[in-house]
Design a protein around this ligand. Structure first.
Ligand code: ZN
Length: 303
């Protein structure tokens, strides 16, 4: 375990990826959750997505949420967008970090974004230019990087080729999303290895869903390869539209709990993140999947 990164850059995605997959909650509750998360020590928060309100009504109030939060100067906030229109709205709202998503699987991209992967990549080239013109940064997230609910396995070469096109078109950084929890440690090692061979210096962030219970195992495999940027959602908030009853992202407090004990700093106050998970649970009104939320830290004693 000697080669682990000393410090992780965690991005909290509960307010976006989590709440987008829950029953709609009020604008005030979203603002309160983001403000609570902003005080946990987490360095990055994906606050909202600018998607068509008919497609994802849960995010229809994105601009209102962003205008109402109390930004913490120590936190980097980002917005996810699916297309040029979303990027324009995110920039108009004042976001300095934009994430644009494209699926490696053509079928998933058509279902999600109504166009082929190649058409989305053409759009992304224009989006990157627009974002840079406004002085913001653009991360390209390749979704279904470890498999697609329609097509099954997605070849590693296909994922790397989508990522390579985005990098050629000027993306500032890259993220891989395990959209429906199909990754295993071996598949993580293969994809990260092939990506590093093609792009040794690109900042790479990984986004795992715990749909099938492999989330933290995947993180550990990536840590051992030196990957130091991960998404996670407070409480394990969220679900998976393709796997009814499934859990959402890996839970932030479970990730923090594990890696801090391995000597990897996150900057996150674990007790504060557990309290935020309890708040998330109250907001969505159902029991969340996080086991650290239930059991507490390993050193919590009885009495
Ligand atoms: Zn996700």
């Amino acid at each position: 375990m000697s080669d682990l990164p000393e410090r992780l850059s965690l991005r909290e995605v509960g307010p976006r990826d989590g709440l987008q997959n829950e029953d709609p909650v009020s604008t005030a509750a979203k603002v309160a959750l983001i403000d609570t998360l902003s005080a946990t020590g987490v360095g990055r928060i994906e606050a909202v997505s600018f998607v068509h309100p008919k497609a994802i009504p849960q995010m229809a109030d994105a601009a209102e949420v962003w205008a109402a939060i109390t930004p913490n100067p120590d936190v980097r906030y980002s917005a996810l967008v699916p297309n040029l229109r979303g990027a324009q709205r995110a920039l108009a709202a004042g976001f300095a970090e934009i994430e644009v998503v494209v699926s490696a699987s053509d079928t998933h991209n058509r279902k999600n974004l109504n166009r082929s992967t190649d058409e989305s990549l053409d759009d992304i080239a224009a989006i990157v230019d627009l974002v840079h013109d406004q002085g913001a940064t653009c991360q390209v997230i390749v979704a279904t990087a470890w498999g697609c609910p329609y097509e099954g396995d997605v070849p590693v070469e296909r994922v790397v080729s989508v990522a390579s096109r985005a990098m050629r078109d000027g993306a500032d950084s890259l993220a891989y999303g395990d959209t429906t929890g199909m990754a295993t440690p071996t598949r993580v090692i293969n994809l990260v290895g092939e990506t590093r061979s093609a792009h040794p210096d690109v900042p790479l962030l990984l986004h795992f869903h715990n749909t099938r219970g492999t989330g933290l195992a995947n993180v550990l495999a990536a840590l051992q390869l030196g990957v130091s940027e991960f998404d996670a959602s407070v409480g394990g908030l969220g679900g998976c539209p393709y796997a009814p009853g499934a859990t959402g992202n890996i839970a932030t407090e479970e990730l923090v709990h594990m890696v801090e004990d391995m000597g990897v700093a996150t900057g996150v106050d674990l007790e504060a993140m557990i309290a935020a998970a309890a708040e998330a649970e109250r907001i969505v009104g159902r029991t969340l999947s996080s086991q650290v939320l239930r059991a507490g830290p390993r050193t919590r004693t009885i009495g």
